[in-house]
Design a protein around this ligand. Sequence first.
Ligand code: PEP
Ligand code: MN
Length: 263
Amino acid sequence: LTSREFHPGNTVVDVDGVKIGDGSFVTMAGPCSIEGLEQILECAKIAKAGGAKILRGGAFKPRTSPYAFQGLEEEGLKYIRQAADEFDLKVITEVMDEGHIEMVAEYSDILQIGARNMQNYKLLQSVGKTGKPIGLKRGIAGTIDEWLNAAEYIAVQDKSPVIFIERGIRTYETATRNTFDLSAVPLIKKLSHFPIIVDPSHGTGVWDLVTPMARAGVAAGADGMIVEIHPDPKNAWSDGQQSLNEENYLKMMQEVDILTAAM
Ligand code: PEP
Ligand code: MN
């Protein structure tokens, strides 16, 4: 059901009026973690000023250490919904647990499945029943075939469309957080009718590599990107090292606009 053979045309995912996969380049921007109402409002304002259509931000965070900040949970969901509504943006946020799907779906327009859960098949089946678009991150060591099969678990429920998110994979390279696999963009486009966006933030883990890889994503034919921004990256509660400040984000978006117009 995920394959192009099954559906030769492109599936355009309608996120409450924002279309992904229709030939435009849609940006989702926001902090790694929702830290409070003021912070997410500031992020929404910046995101909107750059031309993003969707606000990102985690309320349930899959942290490597159990002692690291785990997210504001439902309080955070309320804040991101409020901030998005104030700036006429849609919301994407991660759901980690089957038991939280209903709650997250109440506040979010897209349900994000994180890299660590790409092969959590029960979770995939359950989010697939919601009817909400699912942003499916590529697993940390996920092959293209495993990723397509994960999408199939969602598609077989026949309710929710999938948006693939290339966020880099683990290789022997340690100079970047992950190895950003740009070839996944044309490859997924060849193999599936669902849209694919890039995540140059987790794909590199280094803020000054984000803009070049965002430009590369446009050139590769991605349907959009998801990018981490923060009003004060140095003091971000998570992933500050890969977050763009306002100035760098706005500059990146100008470049992306020039490239998309030329494509
Ligand atoms: C995130 O988007 O903040 C995140 C945790 O991403 P990933 O699942 O790709 O690591
Ligand atoms: Mn992050």
